[in-house]
Design a protein around this ligand. Sequence first.
Ligand SMILES: C[S@@+](CC[C@H](N)C(=O)[O-])C[C@H]1O[C@@H](n2cnc3c(N)ncnc32)[C@H](O)[C@@H]1O
Length: 316
Amino acid sequence: MPKCIGLRLSPRLPTLAGICPSSSSSHSGPSAVGSVPILAKALNKWKTGGRAPRRLVLGLGVSFWAQLMNMSGAVGGKSFTASARLKSGPSFEEILKNVEWPEQFPFKEEDFKRFDESSDQLFYEAPRFVTHIDDPAIAALTKYYSKVFPPSNSPGVCILDMCSSWVSHFPPGYKQEQIVGMGMNEEELKRNPVLTEYVVQDLNVNPKLPFEDNSFDVITNVVSVDYITKPLDVFKEMRRILKPGGLAIMSFSNRCFWTKAISIWTSTGDADHGLIVGSYFHYAGGFEPPQGVDISPNPGRSDPMYIVYSRKLSTV
Ligand SMILES: C[S@@+](CC[C@H](N)C(=O)[O-])C[C@H]1O[C@@H](n2cnc3c(N)ncnc32)[C@H](O)[C@@H]1O
């Protein structure tokens, strides 16, 4: 099976510099950017309940982008590149424990800008019959799903795979009455064997999910939450369409089509990504406190795999 991997960038140390000791001095590669300690400092304030700064991540300069472009070989924005890996410091699970979130959503419009602001429709026009994470990472995700999904063929169970493609990584033979895929490329979705139906929709143009309230038991999103430019709108919609107690599972690795990922993502590392996704659940409202799980197989030897999940409050 072809795998869509660009150049793997040099790993860097954990980004929660304020929490993990001596993290920034030995940064290497293009991901060691000045914005990281800024986010780290802010995240530390979240933890300590301090007031969040007006802006967590400063706009990244052209030279940074140019450098990253050169080093990743991502000219044209087609490569799927790797960045940071959580190496030490707090475990991924700990990152979302007892966060004292600022009152207001701490990110600003510019944090959701992307290097390539051209139409996503164009970017995803051609199908990519590739996998975006390596086989051990896929296996870890499938195993995780098999533990938390409702049993196969449960009457009335509906699942939505957001940002889907030709694969959903569900357990082999997994079936439900309704498994809907939403994505950008119809040819990919058509070929996805687990889906009972699909919808092609650009969530960055229209974040409204075309489904009724309280209709899904589970929503999955694999290695794609970083492309969403209006995350609060999308997460509020996820809350609306989930059944009370319904589960939303956002999974990600350390790879992305970085020209299409939001700037707050490309300028931060794995630990920060956990907090960023956690913040989407928190500020969308109506979800249980988000939790993080590190399901990385063979840490350091294959792609890492992280989950941030939450359930819709049963009282909503
Ligand atoms: C890296 S691929 C991951 C696909 C699939 N989840 C997987 O694991 O193979 C990113 C996916 O995000 C989806 N996506 C990207 N931008 C999107 C947008 N603006 N609206 C909806 N979906 C989007 C595309 O359908 C694309 O397949």
